[in-house]
Each structure stands twice: as structure tokens, then as C-alpha cells.
Design a protein around this ligand. Structure first.
Ligand code: ADP
Length: 778
């Protein structure tokens, strides 16, 4: 029985050995004391391509090693270990075998030493070796890339980070694993939570949150912040992969650039505001100088006095045109110069400009010719004022820089379509010309072709800069050609719309004589005493009766006492400006008073100001400095209206509709101040300031949707609204405060804001009137 069992065991062992040696990928090699291979398992053929018997003896060393040196070293190790010269080392080792097809196979070997022989068992590890090599490679890449690669699980814990984190943020990988990432790189826990949420929404539902997860500020180990741009994508098994790139430099440059741009814009704005204010300040006294010079010139004078005055007049006009140039330039630079699009007669405009310039040409004894090609359209739509300005400048220069010969203005149509036309203008002179190396600079600001130009010919070098900017504002192009000593040609094109012949009524300019007296009752409202005197003297020369008012309120009061033929109204005045005064005159006094023509006197040429003037009910406007002829023309025009409308006696038949106190009720505040008018006046003044400030914030805050600011402002003004008894506004303000605070029900808020705005403007007028009365009382 026992024998049978043993036989069975033997058979089993044999089977297993057979299986291991023939079927499994296990190589068995046996070496003798000479280092020769005495056995090699048949698997060799499958693994390395050689039949096992082909590798016996020394063929093993010749065929399976890549280099002779290596094979020698190995063989030595075998022989010396068997002979006992070298200590046996049982540790596994790896060696690659050279296959029959010259490729390599990695085998992990384990030796065993028995008497006079070594048996080595090898397992094929080529697959793992390749994997390992790849891993080493990718680790190297991850270490060296400039990006940070991280993998997070569905709990937003970091489960992998590329070693590049050290280079990018200074952390060791272990320091950011798990939830630590959120603790160390975010200062604010809430922000970390919000970001996690946003990432989750993005990864799982593709929802883009308002939190920008693509660019985030991350705290580095040294406490500095880095801007990282992230690309997030879904990974395996509910993970997501974030690839981050350091964009700190880019962001900082952007911020710097933005700052630089803002500061450049700010300084341009400051410059332009300064220029606008300065030129306004200079223009006011200058207008007086020119105006009084005009007046003096109309009196009896000796020829010497006349000459001196004419020089003064001339200098004043040069100074004025310089200031206008500077102002135009600053408006052009800040994009604030408005253009008109109105129908006009091009031929007439050209004739007009040339007629004006003929006087100058005649003074210099040169001829000025105008050639209009017969194809040039007459009725066009565009900006006649700006075209005039361009032509006056170019023709003015041509005359200025020509001492003998002629200046020729030629105009023709370049191309046309059904609705539009492009007109070509050429101004050619036979003057001093421009040296070739200066020709490209003449359009630059404050540049003149020669350094002595200003001394000999005057000018500042702004004219052509403005011309060039105007031409391009009107979508045209300008060029210059010139031969030094021979003359210059300035050419420009201008696209215009075609006008209909019916639209423009040909006005024929009657030569205006200002001899006929006007005999009108005029109210002149202006806070500037010099302007008052100038206007009064001028108007009285035309036989007018002039009453003066120093501000809007005085003006309003005067209209309550007398029915004037015309009111000349300055715009900017203290206490009550021209717009407000006109509104009251036109709406709140009587029907007859509302018909009195109100003419705005303004130094501003902005379309918005004119629009505002017309909206306030003004009938016409006139720009300072006035040309006597223009004032005369306007007065004649509006004087006529009243001649026709049967001037009534100086009694106002209708009850005054003007109620100074529609909104305010001063009962409470009078009691509080014990009717002390000086304190009351102070309180009113301060409330008026608050209203101005409030209206500004209301406008600004609404535009920028800054509800917090609006809440603060409405909240602040609320007690004053109560104190001044403005019950109509009480509820509205209360309601606004709530809506702004809650940031709710903001849909139609503009209507409430407008209403509040309107009421407060009227409140201001009422307060100003009250203030004026109080000041009289004091
Ligand atoms: P300004 O006339 O005030 O000096 P502009 O900007 O109008 O300034 O002109 C710049 C310069 O271009 C002039 O100073 C002059 O040197 C040159 N220039 C302009 N027009 C002519 C012209 N028709 N002939 C010769 N030179 C000219």
C-alpha cells in the first residue's frame, strides 16, 4: 500500500516538474564548475527564440549576452562561486537576455548552489520592466512640466499631485494630499467651500458657476499668492483631473497695463477738463474785451485811436481763435466733439467761406478763386459748420503762407451712389511751400514747418492738427503735396449724403444794417457784471429798454412784474440757473409770460447743452462771444413775434400759477429753529447741498446698479425729507430705502427714481426761492 502511495507521489512530482519546465514561462539553467551550461529548460525556445540544446556549453555565453565583457564577468562569477572562491549570493538579480531576433527580454534570476553546480531559475519580467520604464519617464515628465497636475476624488480630496507642485507652489506632495490642499492654499474656508461646490457643479453637471474656477488665486507655501489657470476634466472612477498653469506674470502685467491705461485716461481727462475750464475762464473776460472794443469802435474816434482799437480787436480775435482751437483739440482728443448731420447747400457754404477769406486775400494782394465743378451736388446732408472750419483753416493757411500769386479752391464730385456722394476739395497756393522733410509733420500738434514760422507768420501749429482730426471725424481723408518755394496743395475728400432740393429753403442773406432801432423791452439775466454792462450798452444803442437780473430767481421775479418782449438768459448762474428759471417762466407764471421768447446765452457749443436749453423751453440760443449782427438778427426776429401778438398793457391778467411752495412745508423746521431766519437759511443751504449730492449718487448708483450705495444715500436723506415736510416724497423714499436694502423688487425702480428726481428738483427751486426771501429778511 505504502509502495503504491509512494509511486503516486513520484508521478505527481514528475507531472509538476514537467509542467514547470515545459509549460510555465520559467527558465531553468544549470552551470557546471567550468561555467558551461549543462541544462536549459525547453521554454527557452518560446521565450528567446533559441532551441534549448543550441544554447548548451558555451553557446549560452556567446548568444544571450549583449556584450563580451558582461558575459565574461558573469561566467567568472559562476565558476568562482562553484569553486568556493566567491561567496554565494542568494539574492535575486535581473539581467536582460539577447533573443534570437536581437530584441531584449528581462529575466529575474534566482540562483541555488548545490555540489559542483549552480542552477538558476528565471522569470520573464519584460512586461513589468517596460511599465517601470514608462513610470520613470512619466514621473520625470510630471516633475519637470511647468503645469501642476492633480487628481481629486469625489470628496474633493487630492489623491494625486504631480511633483511639480514643489516648483510651482513650494509644497511637498504630501503636504497637499487629501483635504489639506484646501486648508493650506485657501485663506478663507468659505471661499474654499464655494470653489469646491463650483467645481463639483462643473464636473458633474457641466454647470458654470459665477465663481470663476478657471482662474484662481492660490496661496503658495511662502505665503505669496499665485494666479493659476485651471483646466478641469473628468477622470477615471469618479475622479477629476485638474491641470494648472501659473499665470501670475500675465495677470500682473494685465493689471499693470490696466492701471497704466486708467491713469493715462485719467490724466487725459484731467487735462481736457482743465483745458475746458481754463478756456471758459479766459473766454469770459475776453468776450468783454472784444465786445467793448466793438462798442468803442462805433463811437467818434481820431484815426489814431481807431487804428489802435482795430489792433486791439484783431489781437482779441486771434486770442479767441487760439482758445477755441485748444478747446476743439481737447474735445477731439477726448472724443467729445459732436458733429451735425443736417441738410445744407454745399455751393452756398463754399461761396460763403471764400467770400469771408477774400478780405484777407485782398489785404495781401493775392487772388482767391473758387472753382466748383458742375457735377458737384448742391444739396447735401452733413456738417456744414465743421466743413467751414476745415476750409477756413486751409484757405487761411494758404493765404498766410503766400506772398504773391493766388490761392485756388477747387471742388468736384469724386463718386456717387443713389444716396451718397464723395466730394473732393483742393486748396492750392503759389506760396512758400513746405520743405520735403517737414511735410509729414505739419499735421502734428504744435508743429510748424520752420522754427521761425511763428515769428514771421504767427500761428501755433494747431490748425492742421484740428483739420486732420476733423476730416477723419467726418470719415474723410486729407493729404498734402508741396514744393519748397513753389507752393502747396492740400487735398481732402468728404463723404456726404445727398440732400433733396426741396428740403433746403434758399435763404438769401440780406445785407444786415443795424441802423434801424429795435425799441424792445429786454430782460437781460446774467450774473456777470461786465456782461451786463456790455449787453445793456449794446442794446440801448439799438433803442431797447433793458432791465437787469443777477440770477434766475431775480429773472423770474422781474417777469412777474413786467411783460418783456425778449428775455436774454445766461445759462450758468448761481442760486438758480438759466434752465430752471426758463422752466418757471414758461410754465408757472401766466400764459402771456410763457409766450415771451427766451434766448439762451451760452459759451458751450455742446449739442447736449442746446438740447437741454430747448427742453427747458428756451426758444433760441446764441453763443458767446456774440457778434453784434447775430444778436441784432435774433432780436429782430423775436421782436417781430411780439409786435404781431398785440402787446398787452403791463398788467398780468391771469392769476399767478407759480406757487413757490408746492412740496415743502417749513412749519416743523420753523418751530424747531424758533423762526430764526439765519439758522433756517443755514439749514436750507445745507439741505440744498445734500439734494445735489443725493441726485448725483442716485444717478451714478442706478447706472452702476450699486444698491448698497443707493441704500446708504436714501437712508441718509430720509430724515431731512421729513424735517422739510416733503410729504409727497416721504413714502417714496421710505419704499426706496427698503428696496435698496433688500435688493428686491428692483425691476421698475427707474420710474420711482425718476419721480424722486423730478420732485427733488422742484423742491430745490422752492428752497432756493425761500432762501432768497430769507436773505432779504436778514
Ligand atoms: P499754424 O498755421 O498755426 O502755424 P498749422 O497747423 O495750420 O499751424 O500749420 C502748421 C505748419 O504747416 C505751419 O506753421 C506751416 O509751417 C505749414 N503750412 C501749413 N499750411 C501751409 C501752406 N499752405 N504753405 C506753406 N506752409 C504751410
Amino acid at each position: 500500500m505504502k509502495i503504491v502511495k509512494e509511486n503516486n507521489k513520484e508521478t505527481e512530482n514528475k507531472t509538476i516538474t514537467n509542467l514547470l519546465l515545459n509549460e510555465a514561462d520559467i527558465l531553468v539553467v544549470s552551470y557546471n564548475r567550468k561555467g558551461e551550461v549543462t541544462y536549459i529548460s525547453p521554454v527557452a525556445e518560446r521565450l528567446i527564440g533559441y532551441k534549448s540544446r543550441k544554447l548548451l556549453r558555451n553557446r549560452w555565453w556567446d548568444l544571450t549576452f549583449f556584450s563580451k565583457e558582461e558575459s565574461k564577468l558573469f561566467k567568472d562569477k559562476i565558476t568562482e562561486t562553484i569553486s568556493g572562491e566567491r561567496e554565494f549570493n542568494p539574492k535575486p538579480y535581473q539581467r536582460k537576455l539577447k533573443c534570437e531576433n536581437e530584441k531584449e527580454k528581462w529575466i529575474e534570476w534566482r540562483d541555488s548552489l548545490s555540489e559542483n553546480k549552480i542552477v538558476s531559475v528565471g522569470i520573464d519580467i519584460t512586461y513589468w520592466k517596460k511599465k517601470e520604464a514608462l513610470k520613470i519617464q512619466s514621473d520625470k515628465i510630471l516633475e519637470n512640466v511647468n503645469s501642476l497636475i492633480m487628481v481629486s476624488n469625489n470628496k474633493d480630496e487630492i489623491i494625486f499631485s504631480s511633483p511639480s507642485i514643489k516648483k510651482m507652489l513650494g509644497y511637498e506632495v504630501e503636504e497637499v494630499m487629501g483635504d489639506k490642499w484646501w486648508d493650506v492654499t485657501y485663506d478663507n474656508k468659505q471661499e474654499a467651500v464655494k470653489t469646491k461646490e463650483a467645481i463639483n457643479n462643473y464636473v458633474n453637471f457641466n454647470i458654470k458657476n459665477f465663481v470663476d474656477i478657471s482662474k484662481r488665486k492660490i496661496k503658495a507655501r511662502n505665503g505669496e499668492y499665485k494666479w493659476i489657470e485651471w483646466h478641469i476634466s473628468k477622470g477615471e472612477n469618479d475622479t477629476y483631473i485638474s491641470v494648472g498653469t501659473d499665470i501670475t506674470d500675465r495677470i500682473l502685467t494685465d493689471i499693470e497695463l490696466k492701471k497704466a491705461k486708467e491713469s493715462a485716461e485719467e490724466s487725459l481727462k484731467v487735462k481736457n477738463e482743465f483745458l475746458a475750464n481754463m478756456s471758459h475762464e479766459i473766454r469770459t473776460p475776453l468776450n468783454a474785451i472784444i465786445g467793448f472794443t466793438d462798442l468803442l469802435l462805433e463811437t467818434k474816434l481820431t484815426s489814431e485811436q481807431k487804428l489802435h482799437l482795430e489792433t486791439m480787436q484783431n489781437s482779441g480775435e486771434i486770442l479767441l481763435s487760439l482758445i477755441n482751437d485748444v478747446l476743439d483739440l481737447s474735445k477731439l482728443e477726448s472724443g467729445k466733439l459732436e458733429t451735425e448731420v443736417i441738410p445744407f447747400n454745399l455751393h452756398k457754404q463754399l461761396n460763403e467761406v471764400v467770400r469771408l477769406m477774400k478780405i484777407k486775400a485782398r489785404e495781401k494782394n493775392i487772388s482767391l478763386n473758387l472753382e466748383i465743378d458742375k457735377n458737384t451736388p448742391k444739396q447735401v446732408i452733413g456738417d456744414p459748420t465743421r466743413l467751414g472750419q476745415i476750409l477756413l483753416n486751409l484757405i487761411g493757411n494758404a493765404i498766410k503762407f503766400t506772398n504773391k500769386g493766388s490761392v485756388t479752391v477747387s471742388v468736384k464730385q469724386l463718386k456717387e451712389s443713389t444716396n451718397s456722394t464723395t466730394v473732393f476739395f483742393e486748396i492750392k497756393d503759389t506760396g512758400i511751400g513746405i520743405v520735403s522733410n517737414k511735410i509729414n509733420t505739419v499735421f502734428g500738434a504744435f508743429t510748424q514747418a520752420k522754427s521761425d514760422t511763428s515769428r514771421i507768420y504767427g500761428g501755433t501749429g494747431l490748425g492742421l492738427t484740428i483739420v486732420k482730426k476733423l476730416v477723419s471725424l467726418l470719415n474723410g481723408q486729407i493729404t498734402v503735396e508741396s514744393k519748397f518755394g513753389k507752393g502747396s496743395i492740400f487735398k481732402f475728400t468728404l463723404p456726404l449724403q445727398k440732400g433733396s432740393n426741396k428740403i433746403t429753403v434758399e435763404e438769401h442773406d440780406e445785407e444786415l444794417s443795424m441802423d434801424k432801432p429795435l425799441n424792445l423791452d429786454v430782460l437781460l439775466v446774467d450774473d456777470n457784471k461786465t456782461n451786463q454792462l456790455l449787453g445793456k450798452t449794446r442794446l440801448e444803442r439799438w433803442g431797447c429798454n433793458v432791465d437787469l437780473a443777477n440770477n434766475g430767481i431775480e429773472g423770474v421775479k422781474k417777469t412777474q412784474q413786467k411783460l418783456y418782449d425778449v428775455i436774454l438768459m445766461d445759462i450758468q448762474m448761481p442760486i438758480m440757473d438759466g434752465y430752471e428759471a426758463t422752466k418757471i417762466i414758461k410754465n408757472d407764471i401766466s400764459e402771456q409770460v410763457s409766450k415771451i421768447p427766451v434766448i439762451a446765452m451760452t459759451a458751450y457749443t455742446s449739442k447736449n447743452d442746446i438740447k437741454r436749453a430747448i427742453n427747458a423751453g428756451m426758444d433760441d440760443y446764441i453763443f458767446k462771444p456774440f457778434k453784434p449782427t447775430e444778436v441784432y438778427k435774433l432780436l429782430k426776429k423775436y421782436g417781430k413775434i411780439n409786435e404781431e401778438s398785440n402787446k398787452a398793457p403791463e398788467v398780468i391778467e391771469k392769476q399767478l400759477k407759480f406757487e413757490p411752495k408746492k412740496y415743502i412745508n417749513l412749519k416743523f423746521i420753523r418751530e424747531e429753529t424758533m423762526n430764526e431766519s439765519s439758522i433756517l437759511a443755514l439749514l436750507i443751504e445745507s439741505f440744498i447741498n445734500d439734494i445735489d449730492e443725493f441726485l448725483e449718487i442716485l444717478d451714478k448708483g442706478f447706472k452702476s446698479k450699486n444698491w448698497k450705495l443707493l441704500h446708504e444715500a436714501t437712508h441718509k436723506i430720509k430724515p431731512s425729507i421729513r424735517m422739510f415736510g416733503i410729504s409727497k416724497l416721504d413714502q417714496i423714499i421710505h419704499d426706496l430705502v427698503n428696496r435698496f436694502r433688500e435688493e428686491k423688487q428692483l425691476n421698475n425702480i427707474d420710474k420711482r427714481i425718476n419721480l424722486c428726481n423730478e420732485i427733488l428738483k422742484d423742491v430745490k427751486i422752492e428752497l432756493l426761492t425761500e432762501l432768497k426771501l430769507l436773505k432779504n429778511e436778514q
